[in-house]
Ligand binder design. Sequence first.
Ligand code: TYD
Length: 137
Amino acid sequence: MTLKEQCKTIEFREMGDATGKLVAIEGGQTIPFDIKRVFFIYGMSRNSIRGKHANINTDMVLICLTGSVKITVRSRQDEYCVVLDSPGKGLLIPHMLWREMSDFSAGTIILVLANTYYNPEDYITDLNYYENSTYQP
Ligand code: TYD
């Protein structure tokens, strides 16, 4: 499978009317795992690079609630870039894929849904170690 196939873009159903919109997300339904953790990242400057890690066991879905961000996902063989700029879609990043977030527009807020509780031991933060590791996504 290519990285683009692994990192599916999930299109949410936008509901609402002329007064405004709403997206509802249900664990195990709208996204392909049960949600154990939600966090959001904000306050980035345009030049920030966030992420720069792979998670050993954690699958995530990233949703850009406002603003825009470039997501770069890397495996040992491949690289895939996508711009998230709409709250109407999410990007699935399965475990054991290196990810970086960059090119933030002002005021960007990214909501992240994860299938694990936070565990610092779940993180690989050394790209060289990641590229030489024998873990399989
Ligand atoms: P970090 O993983 O460095 O953020 P990013 O990948 O966006 O650059 O996390 C920043 C801090 O927040 C770090 O001290 C760990 C902590 N943290 C939690 O306590 N719980 C969490 O679920 C996450 C993702 C981070």
